[in-house]
Design a protein around this ligand. Sequence first.
Ligand SMILES: Cc1cc2nc3c(=O)[nH]c(=O)nc-3n(C[C@H](O)[C@H](O)[C@H](O)COP(=O)(O)O)c2cc1C
Length: 199
Amino acid sequence: MVLSKRCSGKLHRFLVILGAELISKVVILTGSPHNPGMSKQLADAFEKGALEAENEVYRYDAGLQGKTQPFYLQMEKGSGTEVGIQDDDLIEKEVIPKLLEADVVVLVSSMYYFGINAQLKTVIDRFYNYNHELKDKHSVVLITGYGSQDDLAAIKLQMQKLQDYMRWPSLGDVYADDSWNEAKLAGFTKEAYLIGKKS
Ligand SMILES: Cc1cc2nc3c(=O)[nH]c(=O)nc-3n(C[C@H](O)[C@H](O)[C@H](O)COP(=O)(O)O)c2cc1C
């Protein structure tokens, strides 16, 4: 029997005693169009750790989809309320279903003009039709930026607000400042790997 690692404490202990195989379903969403890039190093390291911990991993690299990008959220015309139009595309057919069954959602981006990559934001906006079904998972945020921790503050606030709003408590986040500093990036990459291992 394969069950989620992320079930409540008592149930988790009971399942371990029973010898049930526990896994997390992990969805990694990356945003950078830069390949190979710096945030990719964090995503790859996290993924390696998560796979070594025998989790099930699905990854969607939103910034690397070529001409099929982007899948913007579209709203219905003239209804007076905000109703998303459900596109018949990969996000609808593959990414959202994976997200709905995920235990852990990993959001990976580089910092572009003090915000996240537009490609990742485009996928996040597509959560809109599924806001409630997507609640109550765990999350990980991995960000790289050339600047300082202070420069990363706006992204950090946005991502923390998103994690709170979605009720996705964090398993650990990495805000990798000074990302062109290879030695420093290697330290952040190791952190991402270790978070993957315990996911
Ligand atoms: C269009 C663009 C905008 C950027 N804006 C910022 C920024 O506002 N602050 C910052 O510190 N770095 C900025 N950077 C640098 C990247 O965040 C940094 O090089 C990052 O590590 C790149 O990661 P990636 O290779 O995964 O895309 C920017 C880079 C690009 C290409």
